[in-house]
Write a protein that binds this ligand. Structure first.
Ligand SMILES: Nc1ncnc2c1ncn2[C@@H]1O[C@H](COP(=O)(O)OP(=O)(O)OP(=O)(O)O)[C@@H](O)[C@H]1O
Ligand SMILES: [Mg+2]
Length: 169
């Protein structure tokens, strides 16, 4: 399955990638967002949620771990596991049950929940560049691969103009 590597300059462009992924991904769907503090994980999630009709603020649920969004197309759950001391602490959230339905799960700091999270369809690895970020979209399942293809295809022309360039696909 082919990964896409994007160079994204600016938070607005980062949100637009999130929106493109939201438009392309099926349900159920699990996304792991990997990258250092300040990489732009929550920014991408914000674009994703807004594209599905969420109008309010989007903040990392650092202390509550899980933020549910009831959206017209179905539920989206945003997790931030930065403060998790041990993956065991996730057991009580009942994540596997959440995914039984038509949910989307977006997980920041997934490495901290190892063993307690459902397998991802898509891994998004974000690194800092001198200006902007390098964002790798790494599909894990066929659904993830289809999502990456659709998201990159629908928006690549726009990206060139507005701060996202597609380096490798
Ligand atoms: N592609 C980008 N280019 C430039 N700045 C960006 C980009 N994406 C996000 N930013 C900016 O980076 C900062 C951190 O973003 P964000 O809060 O999304 O990071 P995060 O990965 O969620 O961090 P944390 O691990 O602390 O939750 C914000 O000021 C945001 O506007
Ligand atoms: Mg965050």
């Amino acid at each position: 399955m082919t990964a896409a590597v994007l160079e994204i300059v600016g938070a607005e462009a980062q949100e637009r990638l999130g929106a493109a992924l939201a438009a392309a991904c099926p349900r159920p769907f699990v996304v792991f967002l990997e990258g250092d503090l300040g990489a732009g994980k929550t920014t991408l999630v914000r674009g994703f949620l807004r594209a599905l009709g969420h109008a309010g603020a989007v903040r990392s649920p650092t202390f509550t771990l899980l933020e549910p969004y009831a959206l017209p197309a179905g539920p989206v759950y945003h997790l931030d596991l930065y403060r998790l001391a041990h993956p065991d602490e996730l057991a009580y959230l009942g994540l596997r049950d959440l995914l039984g339905g038509q949910s989307i799960l977006l997980v920041e700091w997934p490495e901290r929940g190892q063993g307690e999270l459902p397998a991802p369809d898509l891994r998004i690895a974000i690194e800092h560049l001198a200006a902007g970020r390098r964002v790798q979209l790494v599909p894990v399942t066929p659904a993830g691969a289809a999502t990456v293809r659709a998201a990159v295809a629908t928006s690549s022309g726009v990206y060139e103009e507005k701060g996202i360039s597609r380096r490798i696909t």
